[in-house]
Every structure is written in C-alpha cells, then in structure tokens.
Ligand binder design. Structure first.
Ligand code: 7TS
Length: 414
C-alpha cells in the first residue's frame, strides 16, 4: 500500500509545492521530521508574501489612499478567512498575535491578571507546553491564585477521572493542550469544555499542534479561547491567532495599549476600538496575516480530515517500525490509538541530543530536548527525548530512513 492510498493525500504532488524538501546535505536529500517545531512553507504562501510587498504594501486603517485601502481590505479579509478555518462566528473573534505563546499571554494578562485572586484556581494538564504552564504559573503568583494539574494515565492519555476531581467551583480557567507536542495524544477538549462550563470556568485550548493537523471547530468544541501559530500550518513565522468568544472579548481589558486599538482619546481618557482591533495595538502583522489566510486556503484545498488521517497513518507506521527494536522507548498512547503525527522516543544507549546530531549526518532532521515540556519529562522520568514529527509532505520511506539512521547511532555507541 502506498502512502497516498493509506492516507488519501497525493504526497508526491504536495512535495512539489515545497522546493526546500529537495535540499541535499553532502549529497543526501533532506528528511524533514521536525514539523512539530515548524512546518515548511509552500510556494503559494511565499508568493502571497512577496506579492503583498511588491503590489500592496501600506499601513492599514490609517491612509485614505488606494494602497492603504487595498492593504486594509486584504488584512481584514484575512481575519474572515481564519475565522472560517476554525468556524468562528466572524472576524470579531479572531485576533492576530505573534504566535501561540503571545495568545496565551494575552489572555493571562488581560483576563487573568484582572479576574484572578486568592482562592481561585487555574487547571492545566501535566502535558502543557511552557507557553501555557509558565504563563499561568506567573499570573497565579502575582494574583494569589493556585495552579492545579490534571495527571496522565499510564498510556499517556489524560486522566479524565482526575480532571473531574480537579475542576471544581474554585476553578476559573481550564487551560489545556489539544494535541500534546510530546505524547501525540489528542485530549478530549470538548468534554473538558463541558466540565469547565458546568463549574462556570472558561476553557482555553492550546491548538498549536491541533489546528495545523485536523479539523478544529471552535463552536463544536465550545472553546472560550483557542490559540495557534501560523508557522506550524504552512504559514509564515511572526503570526499567531487568538480566537475568543465575542462576549468575553467585549468584557476583557486590552492587553497592549497604543494606536489602532482606540476609538477616541482625550488627555484624560481613552475608549477602545471595536473587536478585534481592540486587541491589535500598533501596526499589525499585515503581510503575515494575509499569508496565513493563503495557508488556510492551501490546507483546506488538501482537506483537513485527509491531513488528520495522514498524520495518524505516519505516526502509526513510526510506532510499528519502532516496535521492532527493544532498545526504543516511544512515549504516548500505544499503537492503534489515534494520535497526532509525532512520536517522541528514546534510544536506550544514546542521549537524545547525540541522536539528533548523528541523524543530522544522514540529513534527517528531528528535534531533541524537552520540547518546552520540562515538567512532563520529569513525569516520564527522563531529561530529554528525541521527536520525529510529520506533516503533509512526509512519507513512510522517510520514516524508514529515520529507522536506518537510528541504526548508525547504535553502531557508533555500541
Ligand atoms: N503549545 C504547543 C502545544 C506547542 O507545541 C508549541 C510549540 C507552543 C505552544 C508554542 O508555539 P509558539 O509558536 O508560540 O512557539 N512547540 C514547539 C515544539 O514542540 N518544538 O518547537 C516548538
């Protein structure tokens, strides 16, 4: 069975959109398996950026001249396109930020700092990325609120019984990662949203690894907030998204103050602009936002459900190949359980960092380290792990190359 048959994606065709995948290092073709960190950018998105700078570049919402009007229309339309991508009600609910991390901080500062106090609790999971974990830790410290963590089952899935015990009347915010960037597990965010809402708490979904890899519908999940990054979904760096329910965004205070986010200013006071501009102070991410909309078109043309199947098929294949070796420990749910397209693992005798640099000699790019989840690695009882993470252009043959390169590492450290 070929990859395209197993996942429904025409991977060979897709690869043509990414010239970077043809790069060779010392005559060996790149095998890019670090998509959890950042995905590659298709020609269409690169063109959207250069077309914008060649033809439309101007500041938005300021000029009455033609270029500024065109840039403003394209920038606003980009919000509509992203809203459609996650099924938000409209552009009012889509704020462009720098990345997932900034989206987390926006809510933590603008909502958490104002609303939390002693006796309040913020509930996270033990598999949170530092973007959420460190941010809420700091806000809790400043406000006197407490952070609690939902634990994991032995198989790497979230312990939902523990979730039901941990989320109580004291909980004000439940902030959970949708797809773990280490375990690959897919958390039941819709169920968690129900539990949070039953206790009058908000739910913040970290969609950094889920929005690029599967259909995510904010209304279906009933997320109060959803954050994701353009650079993990075929878009450029420097653009992220915060989705928020309109009613909550209306109530919240702004995060950053300055130009563009105001409606009226006197020497004494200021009134805020309408949504979403209330949260986009200063010259915004114009080219990046327009390019992100192009990335949404690109991914939708491929089909988000087909991407989800492809991701899972590759992860299952990697687990299958890894299971041939006694010295590989793979983390997260066992084979057969649907997961995101990534597998973190350790090879008995070789430190993950050494492994990564040996694989680099075979032009295989993976990530090694704690993947910004130090506490999760403490729970796993390891300092670091290696991680192969897949995207729309990866193939089983590339996973075979990874497995071959692992053997080189074994020989070297034998
Ligand atoms: N949340 C999750 C689940 C992530 O995987 C990442 C990035 C972030 C938040 C932060 O995203 P950023 O765009 O603001 O940096 N994760 C990774 C990773 O796994 N390897 O490199 C970056």
């Amino acid at each position: 069975m070929t990859v395209s048959e197993s996942s429904g994606l025409d991977v060979e065709r897709i690869r043509e959109d990414f010239p970077i995948l043809d790069r060779e290092f010392d005559g060996t073709q790149l095998v890019y398996l670090d998509n959890g960190a950042t995905s590659q950018t298709p020609d269409r998105v690169v063109d959207a950026i250069s077309d914008y700078y060649r033809e439309t570049n101007a500041n938005v919402h300021r000029g009455l001249h033609q270029l500024s009007q065109e840039a403003s229309i394209a920038y606003e339309a980009a919000h509509d396109r992203v809203a459609e991508f996650v099924n938000a009600d409209g552009r009012e609910e889509i704020i462009f930020t720098k990345n997932t991390t900034e989206s987390e901080n926006l809510v933590a500062y603008a909502w958490g700092l104002n609303e939390l106090g002693p006796g309040d609790e913020v509930v996270l999971t033990e598999m949170e990325h530092h973007a959420s974990l460190v941010t809420w830790q700091q806000i809790a410290e400043r406000t006197g609120a407490e952070v609690k963590y939902i634990g994991l089952n032995d198989d790497g899935t979230l312990d939902m019984d523990h979730a039901r015990e941990t989320i109580t009347e004291d909980t004000q915010m439940v902030s959970v990662v949708h797809v773990s960037n280490v375990m690959g597990s897919i958390n039941p965010v819709s169920e968690l949203a129900d539990i949070a809402h039953d206790h009058d708490a908000y739910i913040f979904v970290d969609g950094a690894q889920s929005v690029p890899t599967r259909p995510v519908d904010v209304q279906d999940i009933d997320a109060d907030f959803l954050a994701f990054s353009g650079h993990k979904m075929c878009g450029p760096t420097g653009i992220g998204v915060l989705y928020g329910k309109e009613s909550i965004l209306e109530e919240m205070e702004p995060f950053l103050y300055g130009g563009d986010m105001i409606e009226k200013v006197t020497f004494e006071e200021s009134r805020w602009n309408e949504l979403p501009w209330k949260y986009e102070a200063g010259t915004p991410l114009i080219a990046q936002g327009i390019a992100l909309a192009e990335a949404c078109d690109y991914l939708d043309d491929i089909g988000m459900d087909a991407i989800r199947r492809h991701e899972n098929a590759l992860a299952q294949y990697a687990l299958e190949r890894f299971s041939e070796f006694d010295d590989i420990e793979a983390y997260g749910p066992p084979a057969g359980v649907e997961r995101g397209g990534l597998v973190a693992f350790n090879l008995d005798t070789v430190h993950a960092h050494d492994l990564s640099s040996i694989l680099n000699d075979s032009a295989v790019a993976i990530r090694a380290g704690d993947h910004c989840t130090q506490p999760l690695h403490d729970t796993l009882g390891v300092a670091a792990s290696a991680r192969a993470s897949f995207y729309i252009y990866n193939t089983r043959e590339e996973i075979d190359k990874l497995v071959e390169a692992l053997d080189d590492a074994r020989q070297l450290f034998a």
